[in-house]
Design a protein around this ligand. Structure first.
Ligand SMILES: Cc1cc2nc3c(=O)[nH]c(=O)nc-3n(C[C@H](O)[C@H](O)[C@H](O)COP(=O)(O)O)c2cc1C
Length: 221
C-alpha cells in the first residue's frame, strides 16, 4: 500500500469485529511509528496498548458509569473552545449530521445520539486500543507532535489491513482508564484509539473535506 492509499483509506471506523489484532503487528506498527517527527526529537508521546482482560475491564468500568448516569470526569484539557466560530462550527455541524444521519438518528433525538456516542466507550467493538498520554508540563507544539505520531500509527495500521478510530471521548472518563493502567500522575490522557478489523456491516459514511482553497494558500512568484 502506498502512502496516498493509506491516507485515503484511513477513516474513523466505528464498527469492528472481534478478530484479534496480533501482538507482532502492533509491535511492527509502533516500532515504525516511533520515527514520527517531533520538535527537538523529544518524542513526547506515551502510548499504552491494551487488549484482552485489561481492555475489557476499562470498558466494563466506563459502561457501568454510563449506565449509572455518572458524570464525566473533570476535564484535563479543553477539547473545543466554548464557542466554535465559523467555519469550524458549520463543519462540526455537518459532521454531526453525517455521523448520526448515517445510522438513522435525527438531530433532535438527543437520547439516540447519546446511545450511539456511548459506543465510544466500548471501543466500537474493537479488541485492541491505544491510550495516548502526554506530560502535563508540555505545551502546544508537543501536543502537535503527538498528533503526528497518532496519524503515523493510523497510516501504518492501514498498511497492515487494520482500521482505527481516534477518540477524545476517552478523556471524558480518564479516571476509569487510569484505574486500570496506573499511568504516572504527570501524564494527561489526550485520547484513546480503537484498533481492529472493520466490521463489514457497519456504517461507511465518508466525511468530506473543505475545498483546497479554503485551507491552503499558494503564494507564488
Ligand atoms: C484527536 C481526535 C479525536 C477524535 N475523537 C473522536 C471521538 O471521541 N469519537 C469518534 O467517534 N470520533 C472521533 N474522532 C474522529 C473524527 O470525528 C474524524 O476523524 C473526523 O470526523 C474526520 O472523519 P474521518 O477520520 O473518517 O476522515 C476524533 C478524531 C481526532 C483526530
Amino acid at each position: 500500500m502506498d502512502v496516498y492509499e493509506a491516507v485515503m483509506s484511513r477513516r474513523a471506523v466505528r464498527g469492528f469485529n472481534d478478530r484479534p489484532v496480533p501482538r507482532e503487528t502492533l509491535i511492527r506498527v509502533l516500532t515504525a511509528a516511533a520515527w514520527a517527527p517531533s520538535g527537538s526529537n523529544i518524542q513526547p508521546w506515551h502510548a499504552y496498548v491494551v487488549s484482552g482482560a485489561p481492555l475489557d475491564e476499562i470498558k466494563k468500568r466506563t459502561g457501568r458509569r454510563l449506565a449509572e448516569g455518572d458524570p464525566w470526569d473533570e476535564a484535563e484539557y479543553e477539547q473545543y473552545p466554548p464557542t466554535l466560530k465559523s467555519p469550524y462550527r458549520e463543519r462540526r455541524a455537518a459532521f454531526g449530521a453525517l455521523r448520526y444521519g448515517a445510522v438513522g438518528i435525527a438531530r433532535e433525538d438527543v437520547e439516540a445520539r447519546q446511545r450511539a456516542a456511548s459506543a465510544n466507550w466500548a471501543c466500537f467493538g474493537a479488541p485492541a486500543a491505544l491510550f495516548c498520554y502526554i506530560d502535563r508540563g508540555l505545551g502546544r507544539p508537543q501536543w502537535s507532535d503527538v498528533g503526528m505520531y497518532l496519524q503515523t500509527v493510523m497510516l501504518l495500521l492501514r498498511a497492515e489491513g487494520l482500521h482505527s478510530c481516534p477518540q477524545m471521548a476517552w478523556a471524558k472518563f480518564h479516571r476509569s482508564v487510569a484505574e486500570v493502567l496506573s499511568p504516572p500522575d504527570e501524564l494527561v490522557l489526550f485520547c484513546g484509539m480503537s484498533i481492529g478489523y472493520e466490521d463489514a456491516t457497519s456504517s461507511r459514511a465518508r466525511t468530506g473535506r473543505a475545498a483546497l482553497d479554503e485551507t491552503v494558500t499558494f503564494v507564488e512568484g
